[in-house]
Structure formats: structure tokens, C-alpha cells
Design a protein around this ligand. Structure first.
Ligand code: AMP
Ligand code: MG
Length: 395
């Protein structure tokens, strides 16, 4: 059985990355991945300007005229840069261009108005409260490289850089399907022995957040003919993601059908939850993941396997935020598999503390409402005690 790292490496080595690009407007680029380097079209700031509402002057005038200068003129936002009358100060507002000849700003709270003149603090340094042209970035600077995902902060930066449209990879298409004779959609009434289906929606939403064009394949019964019919549509998809039926039971048919029509890379990984998880390829285009049916296993294996695969498909690398934290409760177990425990991390007096939530069974969804991370327990560990340092993967 492969370790987590081996299974992830097997996936990454078998990804056929996307190669078609398209250009989309900034407003349509949220969650998409950069397909060619993005450069700034302007300097930012575009011109020297004031960081404060106040007054601007040439610092050298303090030496010759003292710290009391007559006030002449005004520079406001959107006005054309003007020229400072030598020996005077000019009224200026936040973001307004510095007039030619000025190099210093004093915020108005520090200024005493004396009729037509103003008195400035003697300790004002040259360049005070000035935002310099290009101090943030310069026209031509590369702001993003291939494989970076664009989210709201990035789109703000690109807008400021004058970028109106971005080359991104075309969205991969993914088919998502839940398998199981017991599954019923929420809203319907449950017959004895049935349960509500909960994996598909989370998978679809997580895929959409990763820029994927999703197709909801609904629920398929534990019937090889139905499954086969489903998987035969694979040529239309870059990814097929199933939930359930990946284990060893008589009704676990997913792996059997995948093995018939595709090439299975691995069937199990040394992780908990999520041991019965499969990855493979069908034809030149399709990557498939058979995720376990247990709801928590489904979420964990998405994070561990599907997410890095999608970043790799987009020529990127999955961000992975893992930090040491102090355990506030203890946890005992038998070593052997890498384990991911649903956890709640909080910052207490600047120290990251983490609680291993009660109810770690992979069928137990209740703790999800408090979960903001996973404690990652390494294969050889037999658990941790209160106060021990553990590794937390933050979500
Ligand atoms: P399986 O992987 O099909 O053996 O399913 C393992 C467990 O997860 C069983 O208890 C199933 O009833 C449950 N399960 C499977 N698929 C889903 C699903 N889509 N939503 C909720 N529970 C599921
Ligand atoms: Mg099943």
C-alpha cells in the first residue's frame, strides 16, 4: 500500500496538464489559473502623490524660509500635476499629485494655520508622507506567472496594474457522481435503510472554487451496467470523480469497472480516513478519482489527492498551510497510517492551540461545524498528549 507521499507522487506523475488557453475579463477570472505571465501596464503609484490630506512643499524651503510658509493653490485627486510657487506650501489631498518642485507632505493634523500661512513641525523629514512613483511595482514588472490561481486580492492588484483581461487555462471539465443503493437526496423521505447523500455537493462546490466546470452526474446505483454506462462518457471529461464503492465489499463495484475501462494507478493509500481511494487514467484525457463513500473520508481525500491534481493540471502547485500548534487535548492510536483528525485551531496569546474534535469516526459529520483544520499525525506516531506540539493543516 502506498504512503500518502507516494500516492501523491503517483498522481502528479500521471497528470496530463491542460494546454488550451482563453482570454477572459477580470470579472470572469475569479478562481481561474494564469496561462501566460501577467505584466503591469503602468507604474504604481503612477505619479508621486500624497499619502495624507495636508500640505505639500519643497523641504529645502524650510531651511531658507523657516517652518512657516504662505499657502498657495491646491492639488486634489484627479487634477493635473501643477507647479509649486517657490517658497510656498500647497494644499493637497490623499492621492493627489505632488506639484512639480514639491517633495514633502505634512498631514493637516500637524499643521497650524495662521491666516494665509501655515506653521509646520520643525522635525518634518524630506519626503515625509509622499508615495513615490513606482514604489509598489513598475510597468513591465511580471506580477503573475503560469499556474497561479487568481482570487479577489489578485484581481484587485491586476485592476490596479491596468490589466483588463487575462490569459487563463480553459476550465477543466469534471463529472461528479455518487454511488450507492442507499442514497437519497435531501428533501425526499427516507425509507428504512436509506441515508441522505452528502458527498456530491461538497465535491462539486470545492471543484468550482478551483475553477472547474462541473457536471453533476447525480447518484448511480451499485450496478455495474449503470456504472459502466456512466464511465463511458469519460472522453468528455478531464476528471471523473466518484464517491463510494471503492472498498472491498461485494457491492463496491467502482474499482472493478474503472479497472475494466481505464488504467488504475493505485487502489489504496496508507492514510486514515480514506484508505480505500483510487486514482487512474482513462484514455489520453481523463483522470479519475474513486473517493471513499464515508463523508469525512471523501472530504479528506479530496484535499489530499484531488486538490493537488487540479493545481498540477493548471501548471500550479497546491498551497499547503501547515503549522505547529499546541494540543489542548490528548489522542491515542496505533501507529501505521498517516492520520488526519478534524480539529479546531485558535490563536491564544499569540500561540496557535489546537483541539482534536470529539467524534473522529469517518461517518461522523457533526464535528465538521467546528472544523477549521486537520491535525496531521505521522505514520509512526502513537498519538499526542496535552501540551505536545502537533502539526495542523489549516483550511
Ligand atoms: P462505500 O464507500 O460505498 O463502501 O460507503 C461507505 C459508507 O459511506 C457507507 O456507510 C455509505 O452508506 C456511506 N456513503 C457512501 N456514499 C455516500 C454519500 N454520497 N453520502 C453519504 N454517505 C455515503
Ligand atoms: Mg457503497
Amino acid at each position: 500500500m502506498l504512503s500518502l507521499a507516494e500516492a501523491q507522487a503517483a498522481i502528479l506523475s500521471r497528470i496530463q496538464p491542460g494546454d488550451r488557453m482563453e482570454t477572459v475579463s477580470l470579472a470572469a477570472a475569479n478562481g481561474r489559473f494564469v496561462a501566460a505571465p501577467l505584466r503591469a501596464t503602468v507604474d504604481n503609484p503612477a505619479f508621486d502623490n500624497s499619502a495624507m490630506d495636508g500640505y505639500t512643499m519643497a523641504h529645502a524651503d524650510f531651511a531658507t524660509h523657516g517652518f512657516k510658509l504662505p499657502v498657495a493653490g491646491e492639488s486634489s485627486c484627479g487634477s493635473r500635476p501643477q507647479t509649486l510657487v517657490p517658497g510656498t506650501a500647497m494644499r493637497i489631498f490623499t492621492g493627489a499629485p505632488l506639484p512639480a518642485g514639491a517633495d514633502t507632505v505634512v498631514m493637516q493634523e500637524d499643521v497650524e494655520r495662521l491666516g494665509d500661512s501655515a506653521l509646520f513641525p520643525a522635525e518634518t523629514p524630506r519626503g515625509n508622507q509622499v508615495r513615490r512613483r513606482g514604489e509598489d511595482f513598475r510597468a513591465g514588472d511580471t506580477l503573475y506567472s503560469v499556474g497561479q490561481q487568481l482570487l479577489a486580492y489578485d484581481l484587485a492588484l491586476l485592476a490596479a496594474a491596468g490589466v483588463a483581461a487575462v490569459p487563463v487555462f480553459r476550465r477543466p471539465r469534471a463529472l461528479v457522481v455518487a454511488t450507492g443503493d442507499e442514497l437519497v437526496a435531501p428533501g425526499q423521505s427516507l425509507q428504512p435503510g436509506q441515508i441522505y447523500e452528502s458527498n456530491r455537493l461538497a465535491t462539486l462546490l470545492q471543484l468550482e472554487a478551483l475553477g472547474v466546470e462541473v457536471v453533476d452526474g447525480g447518484t448511480v446505483r451499485d450496478d455495474p451496467a449503470q456504472l459502466r454506462a456512466f464511465l463511458r462518457q469519460s472522453a468528455d471529461y478531464d476528471f471523473i470523480i466518484t464517491s463510494g464503492g471503492a472498498s472491498v465489499g461485494d457491492h463496491d463495484l467502482v474499482k472493478q469497472v474503472f479497472a475494466e475501462i481505464g488504467e488504475v494507478s493505485f487502489w489504496k493509500a496508507r492514510i486514515k480516513p480514506g484508505k480505500p481511494v483510487a486514482f487512474g487514467r482513462i484514455g489520453a484525457r481523463t483522470h479519475f478519482f474513486a473517493l471513499p463513500g464515508n463523508p469525512v473520508s471523501s472530504l479528506v481525500t479530496f484535499k489530499l489527492f484531488v486538490e493537488p491534481a487540479l493545481f498540477a493540471w493548471h501548471h500550479g502547485v497546491q498551497p499547503w498551510l501547515e503549522l505547529p500548534a499546541t494540543a489542548t487535548n490528548s489522542f491515542r492510536r496505533n501507529p501505521g497510517r498517516m492520520e488526519f483528525l478534524r480539529a479546531r485551531a485558535v490563536s491564544a496569546n499569540g500561540v496557535l492551540q489546537v483541539e482534536c474534535l470529539k467524534g473522529q469516526g469517518s461517518h461522523m459529520l457533526g464535528p465538521l461545524r467546528h472544523t477549521n483544520g486537520f491535525i496531521r499525525v505521522s505514520e509512526d506516531s502513537s498519538g499526542f498528549a496535552v501540551g505536545d506540539t502537533v502539526q495542523v493543516v489549516l483550511l
